[in-house]
Design a binder for this molecule. Structure first.
Ligand SMILES: [Zn+2]
Ligand SMILES: [Zn+2]
Length: 232
C-alpha cells in the first residue's frame, strides 16, 4: 500500500476513511480530515514537514469534521499553516464558510484549489465524480504519484466511470465500497467484476470507506489482487 490509512470506515463508523503519504521533499499530504484523523494527527510529530497539505474530496462531515480543529492545532501549536486543498473553487468557497463558522481566521491557513498543485511532482489531477445528489458537482477523487507509482483515490463515489481514463496507468486503486448499502457508494457485489478486471490488468485494488470490513474480506478472499485497506 502506497497510502497509509488512519481510518477505513464509512460515515456511520468510528474511524472515518482518511489516508496520508510523504512526498519526496518530505511534505505530508493527508487526504480528508474527519475528527478521528484530527485526533490521530494531533498525536503525530508533524514538526519536520515544511508543508502540511490536506486534500479534500468533498464536504460530508465524515471527510471534513476535524479540519477546523486541525487548522487551529497546526497554527497555534506548531506555528505553521495547513495548506487546505479544495478540488474546485466552489468547494473552496464552501470550505472557507465552514472554517469561518468554526472560528478560524483566513490567515490561519492557506486555502488553495488543486490546479495550483500542478508544479508538484506528486499531483496529477482531481476527478469530478458522482456521489450524493445534495453535493452534485462537488465530489472528487484524486490521481497522485507516490514513490513513482500512479494512485487513483476515488473519494466517495457511486461510479468508476470518471476514473476509467486513468486506469491503464494505475498501479493502485483506492475505492469507496460498501457491502450492504450501495446507493451513493459503489456496492461490492456490483463492482467486483470491474475490480477483478482491473486486478487482471495489473492494478492492485484496495477497498476503503467500508460499512462492513469483515463481510468485504469474505467476498474478496478468492481474489489476491483485491484487498481491504489496513489501518495504521
Ligand atoms: Zn464518506
Ligand atoms: Zn460522502
Amino acid at each position: 500500500m502506497l497510502l497509509n490509512f488512519l481510518g477505513r470506515d464509512s460515515g456511520f463508523g468510528n474511524n472515518h476513511t482518511s489516508a496520508f503519504f510523504f512526498t519526496e521533499s518530505n511534505d505530508i499530504v493527508v487526504i480528508d480530515c474527519p475528527i478521528s484523523t484530527f485526533q490521530k494527527l494531533r498525536k503525530a510529530n508533524l514538526t519536520d514537514h515544511e508543508h502540511i497539505y490536506v486534500l479534500i474530496t468533498h464536504t460530508h462531515g465524515d471527510h471534513i469534521g476535524g479540519l477546523g480543529l486541525f487548522v487551529q492545532h497546526v497554527f497555534f501549536n506548531l506555528h505553521k499553516k495547513v495548506s487546505v486543498v479544495a478540488p474546485s473553487k466552489e468547494v473552496a468557497n464552501d470550505l472557507q464558510t465552514v472554517l469561518t463558522i468554526e472560528g478560524n481566521e483566513t490567515e490561519w491557513y492557506h486555502l488553495i484549489t488543486a490546479d495550483l498543485l500542478s508544479e508538484e511532482n506528486w499531483f496529477v489531477s482531481c476527478v469530478l465524480t458522482e456521489h450524493a445528489p445534495q453535493l452534485a458537482g462537488k465530489c472528487f477523487g484524486y490521481v497522485l504519484i507516490i514513490s513513482g507509482k500512479a494512485v487513483v483515490y476515488t473519494g466517495d463515489t457511486s461510479t468508476l466511470k470518471p476514473f476509467e481514463p486513468y486506469f491503464p496507468m494505475c498501479n493502485e486503486l483506492y475505492v469507496d465500497t460498501s457491502v450492504h448499502y450501495g446507493m451513493v457508494h459503489l456496492k461490492l457485489e456490483d463492482a467486483l467484476i470491474d475490480f477483478i478486471g482491473l486486478s487482471k490488468n495489473g492494478t492492485e485494488v484496495f477497498l476503503m470507506h467500508l460499512d462492513d470490513a469483515e463481510a468485504a474480506h469474505m467476498l474478496i478472499v478468492d481474489f489476491p489482487g483485491i484487498n481491504v485497506v489496513t489501518v495504521e
